[in-house]
Design a protein around this ligand. Sequence first.
Ligand SMILES: C[S@@+](CC[C@H](N)C(=O)[O-])C[C@H]1O[C@@H](n2cnc3c(N)ncnc32)[C@H](O)[C@@H]1O
Length: 302
Amino acid sequence: MITAGLLAWLGAPRLIAWRSAPDSEGGTDQIQAIHGDDLYQPSVGQDGKNVIWVPTQDDLMQAMLEALNIQPDDILYDLGSGDGKIVINAAQQYNINAVGIEYDPQLVELAKRNAARAGVEDQTTFVRGDIFQEDFSNASAVALYLLPELNLKLKPTILSMRPGTRVVSNTFDMGTWPADTTIELDRSTRAYYWVVPARVQGRWQLEDSTNNTVGELDLRQEFQLVGGEVVINGEVFTILSGRMEGEAITFTYGHRTANGDRSHGSFQGTVRADRLQGTLNKQAKQQQLTGRLRASQRQGLT
Ligand SMILES: C[S@@+](CC[C@H](N)C(=O)[O-])C[C@H]1O[C@@H](n2cnc3c(N)ncnc32)[C@H](O)[C@@H]1O
């Protein structure tokens, strides 16, 4: 359970409560910063099942929503949704469906009332439940404001979600899974952003557009970072900077020399299960390639 010291460290949230008419441009003037109402006034720092309730401050919430690059068909989940502010703001500002999972029944009921007052009750769902029991696998975007150990406990579940699922976490990271982006408003106000990477670790046979085998990829993966070797027409190159962003794979390849990396070309493609397709760029030439996973090693995301 959280101590008062940790609460102090989490920082006092700004409880700016204002509402303004939504405009078509979006922006911070739309922020819904509603907390309690006549029926229930939660207290910042009150006990929760695994972590206390502290609402994400308005400007950080806005930055987190922007980082998620929300699209009309997204479904956002806030795991431990408190008064519902992230769910309500996502639904209202981006016109999407959003779901909160919250253990505290009074916060769940308050969030439902807040959503109704904000006019987004049809787009929002608040589930009274435990984030470690409830299913959120249909989320395409996930918001967290928990604790380091809770993030680590959720990490395997999040990494098994559909590649391309975006995740933001107020304050706390995911241990060995490096963030794709760190959002920093000031030295003590930050959030982290990740995209769930597709699994690519293994040996891939590369074919050109006439189905001739032109080479092989031997990929090693640590979360979104990819290394290994690529063999093109018999020549072996090292993958110098490889990266996944969801299903998208990019790398440069070349040779490591005593004087630094000598790049020979690059590859951009898409990975779906055991198939890969993309473009190999070498000098001014481009070649369309497809890849077939020959020997999978289902690792790289642990
Ligand atoms: C730090 S608050 C964040 C609230 C909200 N997500 C936000 O950013 O404004 C964490 C919330 O998680 C809830 N919570 C704690 N453990 C939980 C669990 N196991 N399942 C569901 N909710 C939980 C708490 O009641 C609290 O409302």
